[in-house]
Design a protein around this ligand. Sequence first.
Ligand code: A2P
Length: 316
Amino acid sequence: MKELIFENGDKLDAIGLGTWKSDPGEVGEAVKAALKTGYRHIDCAAIYGNESEIGQAFTEVFNNGTISRDNIWITSKLWNNAHQKQDVIPALKKTLSDLQLDYLDLYLMHWPIAFQPEIDTFPEDAGGFKPLSEVPIIETWEAMLEAKSQHLVRHVGVSNFSIPKLDDLISKTDDPPEMNQVELHPFLQQADLLHFCRNNDIHVTAYSPLGSGDRGKAFKADDEPSLLDNKVINDLADKHHATPAQILIAWSVKRGTGVIPKSTNPGRIKENLESADVSLDGDDMNAIAELDKHYRYIDGRFFELEDNSYDNVFDD
Ligand code: A2P
């Protein structure tokens, strides 16, 4: 398995299990199946609403002695309603308590967007947002660094940050993010962002690598293109005696990023990890490069209300 190596020598398996949209009642079994089949990287977030079930699964697995906590990489994310400096560590402690852990390997600021503290999920109107002029990203970031210095997390990073937002944060801190987790797949290749992150020693993790077809209707366009049905991807699957999902995951691994396909199906969980055995060549990568159309499945428009201060979340 390819690994991402951090400055202190810590290593992260490139392929991890995504848990966004993994339903309560299923996610615990999915995490156990993943750990049993060899995953050592699990991606979580407070807003996914399933961390307590994942925590029970971790405890069961650790208690039966097959895998120890320090052999697994666990990521979680700070939700938008806890960006004020006094709210960051309490939010992290809630996640740690839900996940039944003493520390996280990686804690990410989920979005460069702030909500009022009482908004647990999504605001219904502009009043639920807090402008970044009131809660600057650097304030939230410094509280995350404090969590790191308290050994509650080993690494800190961000998610959904564009080049200008990373650039701005880097200019204001001596401890820049170690990770940026963003949507990345053949229809949204973001070569500039990847290049910027590489030049600034920021690792990248690809979310929605399979196109996140199981998103709720509110987050979905009617006419969106399908990665899994794409002809080039399917031809490459035939060539490599692999599945389309494995080609998509192998593409991310080949680009040197982490990748967190979500599944709650034991067969597909295993299939996705076995993408590590699929090796794409230069011709394959060139064919996939042609598919780029800067298409976002998660377009961020749900954060852009007429009278709030957020516009063009991704600076596209
Ligand atoms: P399921 O959980 O039933 O396996 P993403 O990781 O881009 O968010 O995509 C997740 C979606 O892709 C889910 O609907 C998931 O369904 C499905 N999926 C996961 N692995 C595979 C696979 N190997 N082949 C086809 N679909 C998959």
